[in-house]
Design a protein around this ligand. Structure first.
Ligand SMILES: [Zn+2]
Length: 189
């Protein structure tokens, strides 16, 4: 799947929204990628997972680790394509942890996968958890990278799509008095 094919598919499936949104990073934007429009269809999800797996395969990961909840399905489809384990980090009392019997063995090769990456903050938290467990983070994969990230490894993204994201105090729509919207109720573009 080429970047152009992925972008066309996101648009075709109504995943690209226009409006005034708060991203999970806290930044504001006039674009929102409703990624579950692609992950709701298992065949499409598996095709995306296989394409991202192709980018990560050279790093020879033993396990895929993601951040719950958004990363669980992307992690599953990538891990399935690579034939490796899939696990996720979740917050307990605000702190990211591996639970549910998930363990990373010391020295295991880990690829951290994200669906839509804006600042990379949640991926950074997953990396910290993996390293604390003794795992070796060998790759970072994203379905879409929409912003500049500051992470210890380069990001392998299926689609690099820089979008205009703003701190709330710099947001032109906030300045213009445009109310924030719920992406769940928005039309696609
Ligand atoms: Zn705003």
């Amino acid at each position: 799947m080429t970047p152009a094919e992925l972008r066309a598919m996101l648009e075709r499936r109504g995943a690209m929204l226009a409006g005034h949104f708060v991203l999970s990073s806290g930044l504001h934007s006039d674009r929102f990628i409703q990624k579950f429009r692609i992950f709701e269809d298992p065949t499409t999800a598996e095709a995306v997972g296989a394409a991202l797996a192709d980018l990560l395969r050279p790093a020879k990961p033993d396990v895929i680790v993601t951040a719950a909840v958004g990363g669980i399905i992307p992690g599953f489809v990538v891990a399935k394509a690579l034939g490796v384990r899939n696990m996720f980090v979740e917050k307990v009392d605000g702190l990211p942890r591996l639970r549910r019997g998930f363990t990373v063995a010391p020295g295991e090769r880990v690829a951290v996968v994200e669906d839509v990456m804006t600042t990379g903050k949640s991926v950074g938290e997953v990396i910290d958890v993996v390293r604390e467990a003794g795992g070796d983070v060998v790759a970072i994969g994203a379905v879409v990278k929409r912003g500049a990230v500051d992470l210890p490894l380069p990001v392998s993204a299926l689609l690099d799509l820089p979008l205009a994201d703003y701190a709330p105090e710099d947001c032109p729509q906030c300045r213009a008095g445009v109310p924030l919207e719920d992406p769940g109720s928005r039309r696609s573009i």
